[in-house]
Design a protein around this ligand. Structure first.
Ligand SMILES: NC(=O)c1ccc[n+]([C@@H]2O[C@H](COP(=O)([O-])OP(=O)(O)OC[C@H]3O[C@@H](n4cnc5c(N)ncnc54)[C@H](OP(=O)(O)O)[C@@H]3O)[C@@H](O)[C@H]2O)c1
Length: 367
């Protein structure tokens, strides 16, 4: 796929040539400062620059979907390890939400945890990290003022005076225009550097973009479910519209909630709520794809997780935010950067993946 150059120790994807590009080390190019470090990218038309891959923090403190529905000190230590290891590996963009880890017994709010981790690490220059969080468009929240008010709650939990990116977590059932106005207000009040949406269809994306544009504010991102085995954004016009409008596509669940790491099989399916989505039957159908991902990974000395994250990076204008529960997982993500699959491999993986019907996504994508 891409020929690459290294500028000041950074890996810079340059142009598609059709030839396989190897990891920098094997090309004898000067090693970057950290494994696979790549230049930061601007989010959409905003001035906010973030690492080409972020870390998702949904699982931190959560007892509704992750962590076998229980939170404890060991998991807390692991989450802190993931935060620190990400930064040590050069990944400094974190994605959370006000609803992650909220409300259920034993849960700790993910924003609160991130606030703690930032303090404990004694980060002297907060510009070195970028925090994204999200507004929950709950049906009883009406109007633009609800956005700024919820954002202030998030800032208080995070212990920050502003966040880098604020996103509407899903479209509102009503009052959506008010929410978009609220995003604009948050920018004008200096509470956020950039704003975005999540789970927005092509039409809603266009509407949000044009409403903000009237105030001279760029819609920076649309965060949607996108992975090798969940390619709805390629089919429903969302990816093409992001590219057309200059909106960055943030890919959530980029390793299909751990399934594409290859560690789950029909004989060893995931436990908890994930097990109801990724059934042994589904995992059996996925076997040829996982086998090919592993083979390709071996040829680059990369793990399956690194291959599937790289597949997303190859789509251009896509920024994956895999969730890491511990330091080891976070470190592995860094190895997805600094190299690219070839065009042929990207196409072959898409073709094998298309033989398996995707699982059902978050219904709000269709609102
Ligand atoms: N906007 C939205 O509506 C929305 C929805 C979903 C997610 N998100 C965001 O996207 C982020 C990522 O999505 P996600 O957490 O759903 O899914 P994901 O990133 O595809 O998968 C994360 C899970 O995969 C497993 N894993 C991670 N690294 C691994 C590795 N190196 N090897 C093997 N397994 C590994 C871990 O679970 P196990 O170790 O337990 O297998 C981890 O919790 C979230 O944290 C959140 O910030 C947003």
């Amino acid at each position: 796929m891409a020929a690459h150059i290294s500028i000041a120790g950074f890996f810079v994807p340059r142009c598609r040539t059709g030839h396989r590009a190897r990891a920098l080390a094997s090309q004898g190019i000067a090693a970057p400062k950290k494994e696979g470090e790549e230049e930061k990218v601007k989010l959409g038309g905003s001035d906010l620059k973030v690492t080409k891959l972020g870390i998702g923090a949904w699982a931190w403190g959560d007892t509704t979907y992750w962590n076998d529905l229980q939170w404890n000190d060991r998991k807390l230590k692991d989450a802190k390890g993931a935060f620190d290891a990400s930064i040590d590996s050069g990944i400094t963009f974190f994605d959370t939400a006000e609803v992650y880890g909220a409300g259920f017994s034993g849960a700790i709010n993910s924003e609160t945890l991130i606030g703690r981790f930032i303090k404990e690490r004694k980060i002297s220059d907060l510009n070195e990290i970028a925090i994204a969080t999200k507004f929950a468009a709950l049906p009883w929240r009406l109007g633009r003022q609800s956005v700024v008010s919820a954002l202030k709650g998030s800032l208080s939990r995070l212990g920050l005076s502003s966040v880098d990116l604020y996103q509407l977590h899903w479209p509102g059932i009503w009052g959506n225009e008010g929410y978009i106005d609220g995003l604009g207000d948050a920018v004008e009040q200096g509470l956020v550097k950039a704003v975005g949406v999540s789970n927005y269809s092509e039409k809603r994306l266009r509407d949000a973009h044009s409403q903000l544009k009237k105030r001279g504010i760029p819609l920076a991102v649309n965060q949607v479910n996108y992975s090798l085995i969940y390619r709805l954004p390629e089919e429903n016009g969302v990816k093409a519209t992001c590219d057309e409008l200059g909106v960055s596509l943030i890919a959530y669940s980029p390793i299909a909630q751990g399934i594409l790491s290859g560690k789950y099989t029909a004989a060893n399916p995931p436990t908890g709520p994930r097990g109801r989505i990724y059934t042994p039957e589904f995992l059996t159908k996925l076997e040829p794809l996982i086998a090919r991902i592993k083979e390709i990974g071996l040829s680059y000395s990369k793990t399956p997780t690194q291959v599937v994250l790289n597949w997303l990076l190859c789509q251009e204008n896509v920024l994956p935010i895999p969730g890491a529960k511990n330091a080891e997982q976070a470190r592995e993500f860094a190895g997805a950067l600094g190299w690219r699959l070839s065009d042929d491999e990207v196409a072959e993986l898409r073709s094998i993946a298309s033989r398996t019907k995707p699982v059902i996504g978050f219904p709000v994508e269709k609102l």
